[in-house]
Ligand binder design. Structure first.
Ligand code: NI
Length: 179
C-alpha cells in the first residue's frame, strides 16, 4: 500500500492543465493503485492525477451502489470507477446545488452548482474505450474531478465557500464530498 502526498494550491501543478494519458503500461497501473490507496486513506470520494502531483488526465471515483444507470444496484461492494482522458459528452439541463469539499483544500466547503446527470466518455485503465452515464453524487464527483484536469478548483465556481466549524463537520459528515 502506497499513500501519495496530496498537494495543496501552493503547488502550481494543481493549476496546470494535465496531459492526455497515452501509455497504459505498468507506470500507469502503479499510479492508479497508489491513487486508490491515497483516496481510501483520505476517505475521499474521488481523486484526480494532478492532486497527487501527477499531471495526467486520470480520475477515479467510488460509488456505493448503482449510481450508473443500467447497472444492477444489488452489488453490495462499493464500485471504483477509473477513467483516463475523460470527457463529458452529455449534460442534463437540470442543475443542482450541493456541498463540496476537496482533499486539496482541507478545512473548506462550498456550494457548487453541477449538472444533475452527465455521460462521460474516456478509457479504462487498460486503454479500452468506455462510456459512463452518471447522476446524483457520482455525477457531481466526476464533474469535480474532470475540473481538476483543467486546473479548476471548486472554489473557482462555488456560489459560496466557508470554513465549517467542527460541529458543522459532524453534521455534514458523509454528505459533503471529499474530492
Ligand atoms: Ni478536489
Amino acid at each position: 500500500m502506497t499513500v501519495l502526498q496530496i498537494i495543496q494550491p501552493d503547488n502550481p501543478l494543481l493549476r496546470r492543465p494535465a496531459a492526455r494519458v497515452t501509455d497504459f503500461g505498468q507506470g500507469l497501473q502503479t499510479l492508479i493503485d497508489d491513487m486508490h490507496d491515497t483516496m481510501e486513506e483520505a476517505k475521499g470520494f474521488g481523486l484526480a492525477g494532478p492532486q497527487v502531483a501527477c499531471s495526467l488526465r486520470i480520475i477515479m471515483a467510488r460509488s456505493p451502489e448503482g449510481e450508473v444507470s443500467g447497472e444492477s444496484a444489488s452489488e453490495d461492494a462499493e464500485k471504483l470507477y477509473v477513467v483516463a482522458n475523460p470527457q463529458i459528452i452529455k449534460r442534463s439541463e437540470e442543475k443542482v446545488l450541493g456541498v463540496e469539499g476537496c482533499l486539496s483544500l482541507p478545512g473548506l466547503l462550498g456550494d457548487v452548482e453541477r449538472h444533475e446527470s452527465i455521460e462521460i466518455a474516456g478509457q479504462d485503465r487498460e486503454g479500452r474505450p468506455i462510456r459512463l452515464p452518471a447522476s446524483g453524487r457520482l455525477a457531481r464527483v466526476f464533474q469535480h474531478e474532470i475540473d481538476h484536469l483543467d486546473g479548476v478548483l471548486y472554489i473557482d465556481i462555488a456560489t459560496s465557500v466557508w470554513r465549517p466549524t467542527e460541529e458543522d463537520q459532524a453534521a455534514i459528515a458523509g454528505a459533503a464530498e471529499n474530492q
